[in-house]
Structures are given as structure tokens and as C-alpha cells.
Design a protein around this ligand. Sequence first.
Ligand code: ADP
Ligand code: MG
Length: 204
Amino acid sequence: MQPLSVGAEASIFQSDFLGRKAIVKKRAAKAYRHPVLDQRLRSARTRKEARLLREARRAGVRTPMVYDVDLKESTLVMEFIDGDKVRELLEERPEEADAVCYRIGADLGRLHSNRIAHGDLTTSNMILMPDGQLCFLDISMGESMAELEALGVDIQLFHRAFLSAHSSLAPSYESFLRGYLEHQDQGRMVLERAEEIRNRGRYT
Ligand SMILES: Nc1ncnc2c1ncn2[C@@H]1O[C@H](COP(=O)(O)OP(=O)(O)O)[C@@H](O)[C@H]1O
Ligand SMILES: [Mg+2]
């Protein structure tokens, strides 16, 4: 089977699950890691991704439904999300950037209000669905019961990733912030922490 995507950690395949279009995310063995530790690590990340996908959904944030988890094979089967990859959408239809960025901020605000950090928030890990919902993918580096620091790191990493992938859309970052602050009661505090993290990075 031809993968749709091959990342540093996992390969993505299209499949079906009981007649529904599905995505299989398989974490492959790494030869440079000790086999027992490698197996443990892949299985832990698979389990964590499945758990966080479910927790985010419970918090009202759209993520793919988890259909099946196979820890032995380090494989996750999930709902196939139809729509536009946000990274490509922003390149092709920059006139939509303000609305899309507001939406990213609003959904991240909802996620953070439930103390869930995403962990790898880039526009490659989001799909805008035809009905206007935004779906977050690839949440295995995130955490639940997240402290202020982890939420601040999310904002700081997104800021950096957004400016580097979409430098000409920099003004739309303001729409992201507006969406975030309107959906996260402690938003100001998190933004202050993100700023502090950015300054720390600058001087160390
Ligand atoms: N549930 C899904 N529905 C549709 N496309 C998906 C889904 N999961 C992943 N993809 C596609 O595969 C790509 C890589 O998946 P991702 O989970 O981000 O893995 P990686 O860790 O390799 O970045 C995504 O950027 C997206 O384009
Ligand atoms: Mg990804």
C-alpha cells in the first residue's frame, strides 16, 4: 500500500474501517533504538495520541474519531477527514486568512480552556472541513492537565511556525489572538507566558 504521507515518526495510509473511509497511522520501528525500548515508545505514543484525540473531542474540539488502536503494531485507525489542509489553503486563498486564523485561535482557546496542550500546532496539522469545522490532527506530543507553561509553549511554537510558513500573512496572526482570547478565560496569562518563553529563547 502506498502511504499518503511519510513523516519522521509515522506513515499515513488511506484505508477503510467497516465501510467508512479511514486513515491508518503506523509508527514504524527505528533501527537506531533498542528494540524493546522502541516498541515501548511507539506503543506509548500511539496510546497517548488516541487518548488525546478523544479528550479533545470531549472538550468540543474537532479531531478525527478513533476507530481502532493496536498497541502491538503501534497502529491507530481513525476517521478520514475530508477538507483542505490549512497550510495549502492559506497559500492558495490568502483572502481567507483572517477568518481561518480566527477559527484556529477559537478552537485552540477551547482546547486550552480544558487544559489540553496540542504539542505540535502547525498549519500542517489542521484540516478545514467543507462544513467550516476545523479539525486538529497529530496531537501525540500534547498533554492533558497541562500547566501554564505547556499552554504557553503551544502559543509560542504556533507563532513561530505560522510566521515561518506564512510570512506574508503575518497580520492575520492578530485574528488568531482575537479568537484565542475570546474563547479562553485565562488567555491573557497564557499569552504573557508565551512572550516570556520567547524572550527566554532569545537570551539563552
Ligand atoms: N485523519 C486524517 N484525515 C485526513 N488526513 C489525515 C488524517 N491524519 C493525517 N492526515 C494527513 O497526513 C499528514 C500526516 O499526518 P500526521 O498525523 O500529522 O503525522 P506526522 O506525525 O507524520 O506529521 C497530515 O498532515 C494530513 O495531511
Ligand atoms: Mg503532522
